[in-house]
Write a protein that binds this ligand. Structure first.
Ligand SMILES: [Mn+2]
Length: 374
């Protein structure tokens, strides 16, 4: 039996929110991505699979910090020392727009048993396995067409992209530079290790997304996060097993719907939701829908702050009662900037498909960071 671990979208170097880990002084969410990856490496070194495949977005950005690079390097060296081959393709997050920028993956090139693929299609031979690795690249369709399964070998494909199903792109993340590829013509492989889409998904009997190792947005709140184990059995069949990782709790609370509630009841409902969810050490969002502006202005924000101060992040998101918001919010305040932005995005079209929800989330996140002076 052969055992292969398939992981993806670890986004090492990701940071979010303002919470700092005591002791290290590092951004808590950055530490969380390190912890998830360390957990995976600990398990892998213990289990000694025949290979580890990382299907892209090892790093969160084209230029990870020295700390993120040195962390990844130290963990990957542990695999090398344990004699476990590690194959990684670059994803859209770590691929530079210009070739001249160079890839952070080149740093990993000369480590024994470590294979990094970041320019175009390459094959890697590991005993009786052929890995057909296609990184994120400009013409991913053409690179993918170069895959030729080799007879009497285990053939495994690797891709970092969204997938076309019935001609339609699915498994999109809403990144500006994401690639979409059709796998209809990819047959004769024993397995295709996919990266990019953050929810662990069986796309086809032979093609799986491992999903990300952390929850990177409230859109991923209900996902289990982890990695996949592919078992190629001696009788020619295979098994795919999901291994969950222990990660930080993320909660999207049931919204407070203000319609029909008076000011007192609205305040009570918000406070109750906060207390009931025990926000300490969690990432939480609470949406307050249809709140009249005068009630909003009478809320005790200091109390909410006090109740949520031990959360890693507590997002209170207010949506104002329609008619009032349009007349009052046009005055120049942060709130009006936000609601103007949201309204703008709702109406924004470019002729290509865009993920309005994600675009809005990103924009609001940038505004929040800016307001908080990060
Ligand atoms: Mn990606």
């Amino acid at each position: 039996m052969k055992r292969i671990f398939h992981i993806a979208d670890t986004h090492i170097g990701y940071t979010a929110y303002r919470r700092i880990e005591e002791g290290s002084g590092l951004n808590q969410r950055e530490v969380d991505t390190y912890n998830a990856f360390t957990q995976f490496i600990n398990f892998t070194v213990k289990e000694k699979p025949d290979a580890v495949l990382h299907a892209g977005d090892l790093f969160d950005s084209v230029r990870p910090t020295n700390r993120a690079i040195s962390f990844a390097l130290s963990q990957i060296l542990r695999l090398s020392e344990a004699g476990i081959p590690f194959v990684a393709i670059s994803g859209n997050h770590e691929s530079p727009r210009l070739k001249e920028t160079g890839s952070v993956f080149s740093l990993f090139e000369h480590i024994p048993g470590v294979y990094v693929v970041y320019e175009g299609y390459e094959t890697i031979e590991l005993d009786d396995m052929i890995i057909h690795a296609v990184p994120h690249c400009d013409d991913i369709e053409r690179e993918k067409e170069r895959i030729r399964p080799v007879k009497d070998r285990f053939n495994i494909g690797m891709l970092h992209a969204s997938i076309k199903v019935g001609g339609k792109p699915v498994f999109m993340m809403g990144d500006l530079n994401e690639q979409v590829v059709s796998i209809d013509s990819l047959t004769g492989l024993d397995y295709i290790a996919l990266g990019h889409y953050h929810s662990y998904t069986r796309v086809r009997g032979d093609a799986y997304y491992a999903g990300s190792t952390e929850r990177f947005s409230f859109g991923e709140v209900s996902d289990d996060k982890g990695f996949l184990e592919l078992r190629l059995l001696d009788d020619g069949t295979k098994e795919v097993i999901f291994h969950p990782l222990q990660i930080r709790e993320m909660v999207d609370l049931e919204p407070v719907v203000c319609d029909g509630l008076d000011a007192h009841a609205i305040k009570r409902a918000i406070k109750d939701r906060i207390i009931e969810c025990k926000p300490d050490n969690k990432v939480v969002r609470l949406r307050v829908l249809g709140i009249p502006l005068h009630v909003y202005h009478s809320l005790d924000f200091d109390e909410f702050k006090r109740l949520t101060k031990h959360a890693v992040h507590f997002e209170l998101k207010y949506e104002f009662k329609r008619d009032e918001s349009s007349s009052t919010l046009n005055k120049s305040t942060f709130r009006s900037l936000r609601s103007e932005f949201e309204r703008f995005i709702d109406k924004y079209t470019t002729g290509v498909q865009i993920d309005h929800k994600r675009l809005k989330e990103l924009g609001l996140e940038y505004m929040r960071d800016w307001e908080q002076g990060d």
